[in-house]
Design a protein around this ligand. Structure first.
Ligand SMILES: [Cu+2]
Length: 268
C-alpha cells in the first residue's frame, strides 16, 4: 500500500501508545536512525526546554536526545514530530497516542460506615480510567488514531483509516462484549483535510473533549468532529442492544469510500 516507506517511531504507524499516570516522571530516549532530523513533540504541560521542536531537542541522523517531564494534565493526548517541513514529517507517519490516566485521590471513607468506600461521580470516572485498577478492568478500551495517506504526492489523500488500515475493521469487525462498556481514545492526525469525524451507528455516546475532564463535555451524541491534533474520549455501551454488527465511520462520505469505515461485532 505504501509506494515509498512511511517514516515511523519504532517501525509502526501510529507509533507505540505511551500510557502513564498523572504525575509520573516520563523519560523517553529518542534515537534517530533515519536520514532527516526529527523530534518528538508531546502535547501536555512541560518546560519549553522539553518541547521537541526545531532547535529544541531535535535529533539529527545518528543522534539521541532524551525528553523528560512530569505527566500532566490527565487526558487523551498525542505526540508527533515537529521538524520542518512539519506537514511532511507528520503526514509520513510520525505520530502516536499519549494517554495520561488520572491519579485517583485516596479513598474517602463514609463516617457512618467506615469500611464502606464512597466515591464521588468524578472519582468513579477517574478510577475507571486508571489502567489495571479493578474499576478499569470491566472496560473495553481502544486507541483509534484517525489517519490518511497521500500515496501519489498530490497533497490529497488516497486512503483514510483508523490506525492505518483502510477498510480493515469492516472486513474484520472489532469484537466487543455487549455487557461491558466501551471506551475509545480517539485522535485525529489527518493531513490535508480540515476535519475528520466519527459517527456511531444505532447508539449514542458521552464525549470528553481532550479527556481532561471527569464529567462529559458532550452528552448523548452520535457524531463528533475533530480538527487535526484534536482528540477526546468516547464512552458508550451496547447493553440494551441485540448482538450484531454495528458500523462506525467518518461522516464524510468521501472518507468512507476511501477506507474509513469500521464496525463492532457485539456479542452477548
Ligand atoms: Cu520528523
Amino acid at each position: 500500500m505504501f509506494p515509498t516507506p512511511p517514516w515511523t517511531y519504532n517501525g509502526r504507524v501510529p507509533g507505540p501508545t505511551i500510557r502513564v499516570t498523572e504525575g509520573d516522571r516520563v523519560r523517553i530516549h529518542f534515537s534517530n536512525q533515519g536520514t532527516h532530523p526529527h523530534t518528538i513533540h508531546f502535547h501536555g504541560i512541560h518546560s519549553v526546554r522539553q518541547d521537541g521542536i526545531p532547535g529544541m531537542l531535535e535529533a539529527f541522523p545518528g543522534q539521541e536526545v532524551v525528553y523528560e517531564f512530569d505527566a500532566k494534565p490527565f487526558g487523551c493526548h498525542l505526540y508527533h514530530c515537529h521538524s520542518a517541513p512539519f506537514k511532511r514529517h507528520l503526514h509520513k507517519g510520525l505520530y502516536g497516542a499519549f494517554i495520561i490516566d488520572p491519579r485517583p485521590k485516596r479513598s474517602p471513607k463514609s463516617k457512618r460506615y467506615p469500611k464502606r468506600k464512597q466515591y464521588s461521580d468524578e472519582e468513579k470516572v477517574a478510577r475507571s480510567r486508571l489502567l489495571g485498577s479493578p474499576e478499569n478492568t470491566q472496560w473495553q478500551e481502544f486507541v483509534m488514531v484517525m489517519n490518511a495517506f497521500d500515496t501519489n504526492f498530490d497533497e490529497e489523500n488516497e486512503f483514510y483509516a483508523i490506525n492505518t488500515a483502510p477498510h480493515e475493521f469492516m472486513k474484520r469487525p472489532i469484537r466487543v462484549e455487549r455487557d461491558r462498556p466501551v471506551r475509545i481514545y480517539l485522535i485525529n492526525v489527518t493531513e490535508f483535510d480540515l476535519i475528520n469525524s466519527l459517527h456511531l451507528h444505532a447508539n449514542f455516546f458521552n464525549y470528553y473533549d481532550q479527556g481532561t475532564t471527569l464529567t462529559p463535555t458532550l452528552r448523548t451524541v452520535d457524531t463528533v468532529m475533530l480538527c487535526q491534533g484534536q482528540r477526546g474520549i468516547l464512552e458508550f455501551s451496547y447493553q440494551k442492544h441485540e448482538p450484531g454488527v454495528y458500523m462506525f465511520h467518518a461522516h464524510q462520505s468521501e472518507f468512507v469510500e476511501l477506507g474509513w469505515m469500521s464496525a463492532f461485532e457485539v456479542v452477548a
